[in-house]
Ligand binder design. Structure first.
Ligand code: SF4
Length: 581
C-alpha cells in the first residue's frame, strides 16, 4: 500500500505531499522503510529546504526522544538550521529525517490516542523444539508489540537468528521455524520507540565479539544511551543498529571482566533506564531486570517426564499459560539469572536502588490474565474500577467500557456502584493494520472503524463510560460523540488512572508534554473538549492502593507526577505547550 502511495508521487517528488499522504492514510509498519527507500531512489536531493524543514519539524515533533536519536548527537533544532541552509549535513540529515518520518508516519497511522508498549521478550532453555516454544510465547505477548518479531536459537555450537517485520504469525511459518534448530531460544516482539523501525533494529540482535556470539532481546528504554554509545564508539565499537539494546551487548563485548557473567553484570551496572532482557550464547541463557524493575519479567518451568525441566522466561505470565509452564517467580530488580545444562544460578548485580515498576502496566499494558510485580493485573483493574466508583459516583443508568482495555475496570465500577454493566460499544477485532480509509474527511471515521455503538443499550440512558487514559483527547471526544449519537441522554467519562501529564522515557511511547492534553489543560477544560457531561480521573493515592499486593511493590508514577526515578530525561520532551510554540 505504502509503496503505491510513494510511487504515486514518483517523478514529481514532493515530500510535503508524501508526508501529507502518509499521515492521511493507514500507513503500515510493514512499510515504514518505504519512504527512505523510495524517496532516496527518486531524487530526494531535489527537495528544497522548506521541505526539509517541514520533515524535520514533523520528525522532531513526532519522535518521542528525538533529541537522542539524531546522529552525531545533534539536537533537532540543529537539524532545523541545517535544513534552512539547504546544504549542511545534507546526507546524515536527510537520512535521519526520513528515518524519523517513517517512524512518525507509522506512529500516526496507528494512533488511536493510546499509549504503546514497545516490546515483549521470551526465553526457553532445554526444549527439543525451543523455536516453536518461543513462537508460542511471543504469540501470547503480541499485545506488547506488533511491528517486528524475531527468534534466535542455539544448539550448543551454532546460533541462528531470524527476524522480520510484522506479526509473529506472519513471520514464523513452519518452514521458517524449521530453520531454527536447538534446545535454547530467545524471542522478541517489538513496537519501536528508540531507533528507527526498520528490520535492522528488529530483535534479537546478534553480536559476534571476543566473548563469543551473543544474542539479546530487550524490553524497555535506556536513558543514558547517548553518553555510553559515544564512549563505546571512541573505544572502537561498531554499531550495527540504532537500537539502544545493542549498547548492552557492545558493553559486554568491550568489558575487561574475566568471565562472561562478570562482563554482563559489569555492563548492566553501566546503563541507566528500563531493561528486562533475555540473552543467549551458544550454550547459556541469561535473564536480567534493571535495578528499579521498570518492566516485568517472570521465570517459569515446564516439567519434562524424561529429563530436566525446561526453564522459560517471559515478559508476562500469560505466555506461560500457552506454553503449559508453571510460574516460579519474578526475576528480581537488579538480578541476573543464568541457565545452563547444570541448572539455574543467580546473582544480584545491583542493590540498594528503590524499586519503581511501571504502574501503567497494571492500568493498561499488561494482559489482565497476567500476574506482574507480584499481583494479578485483573485484580488491580477491578479495584481501580471500584475505587473510581467510590471517588466519583454520578447518577446513571448503565456502565459501559471502552473495549477492550476498559472492560475489567468497568466491571469493578458497575459492581461497586450497583449499576448494570453493558457492552454498549463493540470492538471490531478484524481491522487490518493496512486498512485504507476510503474517505478521510468523514468525521470520526477511524474510531468508527474500530468501535461501534449498540444503540438499544445506549438510547435514552445516562451512560458512565470507563476508559483507561486520555492522551491527546481526540479519540475520547470521538467516542463520547459516538455514544451520544447513539441516543445516550448523558455521557459521563471516568478514567481508571490519574491525568497523564508527563511523557515516559522508560519504554512507553508517549507524545511530548506539548501534546498531552492533561499537561496543558484543567480537568474542566478537558471535559469541555471531549464534550462529556462530566469527567473524573482516579486519584494517584487510589491507583497506588489498587496496585498493591502482598509484595508491597514500589511503583514509577512519573507520567502522572512528572517525578522521574532516574536523573536522565530528555528536557525537550517535558517542555509544556506554552514554551517554544
Ligand atoms: Fe510507566 Fe508512566 Fe513510569 Fe513510564 S513514566 S514507566 S508509563 S509509570
Amino acid at each position: 500500500m505504502s509503496r503505491n502511495l510513494f510511487q504515486g508521487v514518483e517523478g514529481e517528488l514532493d515530500l510535503s505531499e508524501s508526508l501529507r499522504r502518509m499521515n492521511a492514510t493507514g500507513f503500515s509498519p510493514l512499510d515504514c522503510t518505504a519512504p527512505r527507500h523510495v524517496l532516496k531512489g527518486h531524487g530526494f536531493s531535489r527537495a528544497n529546504a522548506g521541505i526539509y524543514r517541514e520533515a524535520a519539524a514533523l520528525a522532531a515533533e513526532e519522535a518521542p526522544i528525538a533529541g537522542s536519536q539524531f546522529p552525531q548527537g545533534l539536537k533537532p533544532e540543529k537539524y532545523h538550521k541545517a535544513a534552512a541552509s539547504g546544504t549542511a549535513k545534507a546526507v546524515p540529515f536527510q537520512n535521519a529525517v526520513l528515518s524519523q518520518c517513517g517512524e512518525a508516519a507509522s506512529r500516526r497511522a496507528h494512533s488511536t490516542d493510546k499509549l504503546r508498549e514497545e516490546c515483549g521478550v521470551v526465553a526457553i532453555h532445554g526444549h527439543p523444539d525451543a523455536a516453536r516454544q518461543a513462537y508460542l510465547g511471543l504469540y501470547a505477548l503480541q499485545h506488547r508489540g506488533q511491528e517486528s518479531a524475531g527468534i534466535a536459537t542455539a544448539d550448543g555450537l551454532h546460533l541462528a537468528n531470524i527476524k522480520g517485520m510484522g506479526l509473529v504469525s506472519e513471520i514464523f511459518t513452519d518452514d521458517i521455524l524449521a530453520k531454527l534448530p536447538g534446545q535454547m531460544a530467545i524471542g522478541h516482539t517489538r513496537y519501536s520507540t528508540t531507533g528507527d523501525s526498520a528490520l535492522l533494529n528488529a530483535q534479537p540482535i546478534r553480536v559476534d565479539s571476543v566473548k563469543g556470539l551473543i544474542a539479546i532481546a530487550h524490553n524497555g528504554n535506556l536513558v543514558n544511551l547517548g553518553n555510553v554509545r559515544s564512549r563505546l564508539e571512541r573505544d572502537g565499537a561498531y554499531f550495527q543498529t540504532t537500537s539502544d539494546s545493542e549498547i548492552i551487548v557492545q558493553l559486554i563485548a568491550h568489558s575487561h571482566a574475566g568471565s562472561l557473567v562478570d562482563a554482563i553484570a559489569d555492563s548492566l551496572r553501566q546503563v541507566e533506564g528500563a531493561f528486562s532482557i533475555v540473552m543467549m550464547t551458544r550454550d547459556r541463557i541469561f535473564a536480567a531486570r534493571d535495578p528499579r524493575g521498570f518492566r516485568p519479567l517472570s521465570m517459569g518451568r515446564m516439567k519434562n517426564p524424561d529429563g530436566p525441566d525446561t526453564i522459560v522466561f517471559a515478559s508476562e505470565t500469560c505466555a506461560f499459560d500457552l506454553l503449559r509452564a508453571e510460574y516460579i517467580r519474578d526475576v528480581l530488580p537488579g538480578e541476573l539469572v543464568m541457565v545452563t545444562e547444570d541448572g539455574v544460578t543467580s546473582r544480584q548485580y545491583a542493590t540498594g536502588v528503590p524499586q519503581s515498576s511501571c504502574i501503567f502496566e497494571h492500568v493498561y499494558f499488561a494482559r489482565p490474565d497476567s500476574r506482574i510485580f507480584g499481583r494479578w493485573v485483573q485484580e488491580s483493574r477491578d479495584q481501580m474500577g471500584r475505587q473510581l466508583a467510590r471517588e466519583s459516583a454520578v447518577p446513571a443508568d448503565v456502565v459501559v467500557p471502552v473495549p477492550d482495555s476498559g472492560v475489567t475496570a468497568a466491571l469493578g465500577y458497575a459492581e461497586e456502584a450497583r449499576l448494570p454493566f453493558r457492552m454498549g460499544l463493540i470492538r471490531n477485532h478484524y481491522v487490518g493494520r493496512t486498512f485504507i480509509e476510503p474517505e478521510q474527511r468523514v468525521r470520526d471515521f477511524g474510531v468508527r472503524l474500530k468501535l461501534n455503538p449498540v444503540r438499544n443499550l445506549l438510547e435514552d440512558k445516562r451512560v458512565i463510560l470507563i476508559d483507561d487514559s486520555i492522551i491527546r483527547g481526540t479519540t475520547s471526544r470521538k467516542i463520547v460523540r459516538m455514544v451520544r449519537g447513539a441516543g445516550a441522554k448523558e455521557v459521563h467519562l471516568r478514567i481508571s488512572c490519574p491525568p497523564t501529564i508527563s511523557p515516559c522515557f522508560y519504554g512507553v511511547d508517549t507524545p511530548s508534554k506539548r501534546e498531552l492534553i492533561a499537561a496543558n489543560n484543567s480537568i474542566e477544560e478537558i471535559r469541555q473538549f471531549i464534550e462529556a457531561d462530566s469527567l473524573a480521573y482516579l486519584s494517584l493515592g487510589g491507583l497506588l492502593n489498587c496496585c498493591q499486593g502482598e509484595a508491597r511493590t514500589g511503583y514509577c508514577t512519573a507520567c502522572y507526577t512528572g517525578n522521574y526515578p532516574t536523573e536522565w530525561v530528555d528536557v525537550e520532551e517535558i517542555l509544556p505547550a506554552t514554551v517554544g510554540l
